[in-house]
Ligand binder design. Structure first.
Ligand code: IVH
Length: 671
């Protein structure tokens, strides 16, 4: 391809991708599939690699370009980012309304009410429509330069959109809230829990922690979002009201939450508050109230500010999802890796419509820090759907009969002594044969992301263990020889037993990634299992990897490497794997072998002009992937790759039933 050709194609791809971003994030109306979108992005990436002189900082490929930093630079906000005064009752909101009317010397005030997003405030600076600088709110005067991280957020445009009646402003400072959707938050915490990393308490902390990552690649994985709601300096554009702002921003490609309402009276604003409160649990993100703002900007300037808060706005907060109850008892649970977790058994209490009976106490340090005793009244809260936790102890309500709690010296299940490693807050049962650990490890092995044995939940694992039918994972595969005893289990019966045995048999064919995950190695969650499987390809290679080799796997650091090494150093773990293989477990060499074809050993024929590659570059790619290129289509041809204006070879391929690939599909196959 010529330089000029590449320039045209690159320009076209960038425009197309930007349009798709706009359709997806602003209009909520995607017009292509994720795979097609990825195809466009990959094509652009390849062209930019091939023609480095055509690269551009605003290209959609530049979202995750930057390297990790050692610290964030400080940024001064040209106009301070204020905070909002809070209201906790209708009366306080009415008082706000009365104040505004008095100061403005009019009864005719129009408000615009919006959700109060529970994330963190940022400022985006666009100059001549190009995203140049992004910062956190910080103390309102100074924030941190998190430009590289903000660039990874797909819904932040790297370039503003121009439209007919809306010229690109010379300068525009846009403010908004970066947040994490609840589904993303749950996924993140799930992965962290599997890897035994500390959980984020709520989506806001997760968003803040993700945005303040020194390595933008980590931020990129967290899938943050933004809603814009305010502006700072603006040159070359006039905006007269909040309503106008919320209409203009999306036209420029900036994302705005559609849940806003223009309110002619304070009562309308209060009604909006109640509507949103009712809707709150159904929203895919967390909000903690409603912000009521004077709509007119002229009037805002007249009202001014007091003690770092504007007089023209107020945040009417929702009541917190908190409740008080008593700690009846503190029990200790033993996890798969032997970790002992103290859990408070509570007097049942209703919280945001759900009955709460347990709250996690995390560990001994946490119990001491909050001075939680058995019999105490405590304030609990549910944040972002995680297991409820104790916010604080209500010491005023103590009667003197409360008892301090300390973690047991011995495992509550097997009686083996427990240890607390020097650098760790957690106490662990180190007995690998501890029934609690065995039970959890069997459940983990049977779980969806691992062997996926349908129907084998906690109840059956407990029953099977109690009846002495299983003790450890490999025993599952011997159950078929104990069918009579199995059927006799309470509530089992012939049909269920048969289903269960079938599900167990089915799980014998397992991908390497699932198998690794199923072993339940500390710190090795689904993602790491996937990456390790891809890197090592065979179980043997993984089991016998040295520390240096393990460290070469993406995302594996020293802690994880050590954990894997010590897992395989243990003879019992190796024996367990041997038993599984002997029982007939077959590890498929590559998980997706059947779905994703391999180019190695295959014969390719090209027809037509390729957009991104010369013929010889394409042939290079085939050879590099271990395939062959042939000039003519025959029954022996595996793939015919079709470019623009294909010749008769395409017809022949179709006649012979040879698989036809588009240029994008070809790229996906060989790169
Ligand atoms: S307007 C001074 N609108 O609330 C007015 N803020 O306490 C500028 N926030 O730091 C902010 N949702 O993080 C505004 N719809 C919304 C908001 C919102 C959340 C946060 C923002 C700000 C804090 C002020």
């Amino acid at each position: 391809m010529t330089l000029e050709g590449a320039r045209r194609r690159i320009e076209r791809l960038r425009q197309e991708i930007e349009q798709h971003n706009y359709n997806y994030f602003i209009l909520n109306q995607p017009t292509i599939s994720d795979a097609e979108y990825d195809g466009l992005l990959r094509e652009l990436q390849r062209l930019e690699e091939q023609f480095p002189q055509l690269r551009s900082p605003t290209s959609p490929t530049q979202r995750v370009g930057a390297k990790a930093q050692s610290e964030f630079k400080t940024v001064r906000h040209s106009i301070p980012m204020l905070s909002l005064a809070n209201a906790f009752s209708d009366d306080e909101v009415r008082a706000f309304d009365a104040r505004v009317k008095q100061l403005a010397e009019t009864e005719e005030i129009v408000y615009l009410a919006e959700p109060k997003f529970d994330g963190l405030a940022v400022e985006l600076v666009y100059e001549d429509g190009v995203f140049l600088l992004g910062s956190t709110r910080g103390d309102g005067e100074h924030g941190e330069d998190v430009t590289h991280n903000l660039k990874t957020i797909q819904s932040i445009p790297l370039k503003l959109r121009a439209s007919k009646d809306l010229p690109i402003p010379k300068k525009l400072e846009v403010r908004g809230e970066v947040y994490m959707e609840l589904s993303e938050f749950r996924k993140l915490n799930q992965a962290r829990s599997e890897a035994e990393e500390p959980l984020f308490a709520n989506p806001r902390n997760a968003a803040a922690g993700s945005l303040r990552q020194l390595d933008p690649r980590i931020t990129a994985q967290r899938r943050l979002q933004i809603y814009c709601y305010d502006m700072g300096q603006a040159n070359g554009i006039t905006v007269r009201s909040q309503r106008e702002l919320l209409q203009i921003l999306p036209q420029m490609g900036l994302r705005v939450c559609p849940l806003w309402r223009l309110c002619a009276t304070v009562d309308e604003a209060l009604a909006f508050y109640r509507e949103l409160q009712a809707q709150r649990e159904e929203l895919p993100y967390e909000i903690d109230g409603v912000v009521i703002k004077v709509n007119d900007f002229e009037l805002r300037r007249a009202l001014g500010e007091v003690s770092r808060s504007p007089r023209w706005a107020i945040a009417y907060k929702f009541p917190p999802k908190q409740a008080t109850t008593r700690v009846r008892e503190i029990i200790v649970q033993v996890g798969r890796t032997g970790k002992l977790t103290p859990v408070a058994v509570l007097e049942p209490v209703s919280l945001a419509g759900i009955t709460i009976q347990y709250a996690t106490l995390h560990n001994q340090d946490e119990i001491e820090k909050k001075d939680i005793r058995i019999g105490d009244w405590v304030l609990i809260q549910r944040a972002g759907d995680v297991i409820p936790e104790v916010v604080q102890t209500i010491t005023k309500r103590r009667t003197g009969v409360e008892q301090r709690f300390s973690m047991p010296q011995r495992c509550p299940v097997c009686g083996h002594k427990v240890v607390r490693l020097p650098e760790e807050v957690d106490v662990r049962c180190v007995n690998l044969s501890c029934p609690a650990r065995l039970k959890e490890s069997i459940l983990h092995y049977a779980s969806k992301g691992a062997a996926d044995i349908e129907g084998l939940g906690e109840r059956w694992v407990e029953a099977l263990m109690k009846a002495g039918l299983i003790r450890e994972i490999p025993d599952l595969y011997a159950l078929k020889d104990r069918q009579i005893e199995l059927v006799r289990l309470e509530r089992m019966g012939a049909k269920l037993a048969e289903n269960l045995l079938n599900a167990i048999e089915k799980s014998k064919n397992i991908s390497l990634a699932r198998f690794i995950y199923g072993l339940g190695i500390r710190h090795v969650g689904k993602q790491l299992s996937e990456l390790s499987a891809r890197y090592f390809r065979t179980l043997d290679a993984f089991m016998n990897a040295s520390e240096d080799e393990l460290l070469k796997v993406e995302e594996v650091g020293p802690t994880v490497a050590q954990s894997i090494l010590s897992f395989f150093k243990d003879k019992r773990n190796r024996e367990l794997i041997q038993k599984l293989l002997k029982a007939g477990v077959v590890i498929e060499a590559r998980a997706q072998q059947t779905v994703s074809p391999q180019p190695a050993g295959k014969t390719f024929v090209f027809t037509g002009t390729l957009k991104t590659l010369t013929r010889s570059q394409a042939e290079e790619l085939v050879k590099a992937a271990g395939g062959r290129v042939s000039a003519n289509v025959s029954r022996k041809t595996d793939y015919v790759v079709v470019g623009e204006e294909p010749g008769a070879k395409l017809e022949k391929a179709r006649a012979l039933g040879v698989k036809v690939l588009s240029e994008e599909e070809f790229h996906a196959l060989v790169t």
